[in-house]
Write a protein that binds this ligand. Structure first.
Ligand code: MN
Length: 288
C-alpha cells in the first residue's frame, strides 16, 4: 500500500488575469524531483461570478513552451484560441490537453455564454512536463469531451478516466510519458482501494469533501502526495468527496522554469525568452 509522504496546501490565492482566482497547490519553484513529471497545479475557484456584459473575464494572449497544460473544468466554461489555429470551449466535465511543445501563444477566457449568466466556477490547470527529447514537438491540443471519458465503478465510488488505465479501462488522452489522471467521486463513509502504479509519483487532490489517507485527514484544496512505492492507495471518504488522482512516471532530468517556459537548462530558457520577444511564437487564430 502507498503511504502518505506529505500534504501540500496554499492558503494564498492570486488572480490569473481577471477570470481565474487561483491557489497554486504545487509548482516547479519547489522540489521538482518529488513532483515529476508534474510541474504545477493551479486550483481556480470555487468562485461565484456575477454576470458580465461585454468582454468575458480571463487572460489574454500569453506563451507556453516545453510542457503541457491540462485544463479540467468542473463548473463554468472556458474558451480558448491559440497560434496553431485552434480554438474551442471547454465545458463542465471536459478537459483540454494542450501540448505547448516548441511554443504556443494562447488566450483563455470564460465562454461568452457562461460570462452572460455567471454562476459557479471551478477549474484545475495541471502542468505536465515533457521529456527533453519531446520538448520541441509541434504545439497541438486534444479536446477531450464528456462522451469520450469512460467511467469505472469501484467499491465506494466511481472514476472518470481522463488519462491512463484503471483495470481494463483506458482514458482518451495521449501522453508522452506514462500518466494516470482520474476524476474520482467517493461516497460518504466509503473506504476505497485504488489500484495505482508502483514507482509512479502519486498525488491525490481533494476538490470537495474530506478524506482520510494513511491516518491523516486531507481537506478541500489540499493534495496528498503519496509514496512512489506500493501498488494501491486506500482512501476513506468522510463525506461525499471529489478527488483528482494524478500519477506519473518520474522524468529524471533537470527542470529549469521561468514563468510560462519550462526547459532543461538556463540557456534554453534564455533562447525561449528571446524567441518570444522576437515574435516567433506565431499569432492567434482570428476571433470567431
Ligand atoms: Mn495559458
Amino acid at each position: 500500500m502507498k503511504t502518505l509522504d506529505t500534504i501540500l496546501r496554499n492558503d494564498s490565492a492570486h488572480w490569473v488575469g481577471d477570470g481565474f482566482p487561483v491557489r497554486s497547490l504545487f509548482s516547479y519553484h519547489g522540489d521538482t524531483a518529488a513532483i515529476s513529471p508534474f510541474l504545477l497545479f493551479d486550483y481556480a475557484g470555487p468562485w461565484n461570478f456575477e454576470p458580465v456584459e461585454g468582454r468575458p473575464r480571463g487572460v489574454g494572449q500569453h506563451p507556453h513552451k516545453g510542457f503541457e497544460t491540462v485544463t479540467i473544468v468542473y463548473d463554468g466554461e472556458v474558451s480558448h484560441r491559440d497560434s496553431t489555429g485552434g480554438g474551442g470551449t471547454i465545458g463542465a466535465g471536459e478537459v483540454q490537453w494542450m501540448t505547448a511543445g516548441s511554443g504556443v501563444l494562447h488566450e483563455e477566457f470564460h465562454s461568452p455564454g457562461y460570462s452572460k449568466t455567471g454562476g459557479p466556477f471551478r477549474m484545475v490547470q495541471l502542468w505536465v512536463n515533457l521529456p527533453a527529447k519531446d520538448k520541441l514537438v509541434p504545439a497541438r491540443y486534444q479536446a477531450i469531451t464528456r462522451d469520450t471519458i469512460p467511467e469505472v465503478a469501484f467499491d465506494g465510488g466511481r472514476a472518470r478516466i481522463i488519462a491512463g488505465t484503471f483495470g481494463e479501462v483506458e482514458g482518451p488522452a495521449q501522453t508522452f510519458t506514462p500518466i494516470n489522471l482520474w476524476d474520482v467521486q467517493l461516497d460518504a463513509g466509503a473506504t476505497a482501494t485504488l489500484p495505482l502504479p508502483d514507482g509512479h509519483t502519486t498525488m491525490i487532490a481533494v476538490l470537495s469533501g474530506h478524506v482520510t489517507i494513511d491516518g491523516e485527514g486531507v481537506g478541500e484544496a489540499e493534495i496528498a502526495r503519496l509514496s512512489r512505492s506500493g501498488d494501491a492507495a486506500r482512501i476513506a471518504a468522510n463525506g461525499d468527496s471529489i478527488v483528482l488522482v494524478m500519477t506519473g512516471e518520474p522524468i529524471d532530468e533537470p527542470v529549469v522554469g521561468h514563468g510560462p517556459f519550462v526547459m532543461n537548462t538556463e540557456g534554453e530558457i534564455r533562447e525561449a525568452i528571446a524567441a518570444f520577444n522576437a515574435g516567433k511564437f506565431g499569432t492567434l487564430a482570428p476571433a470567431g
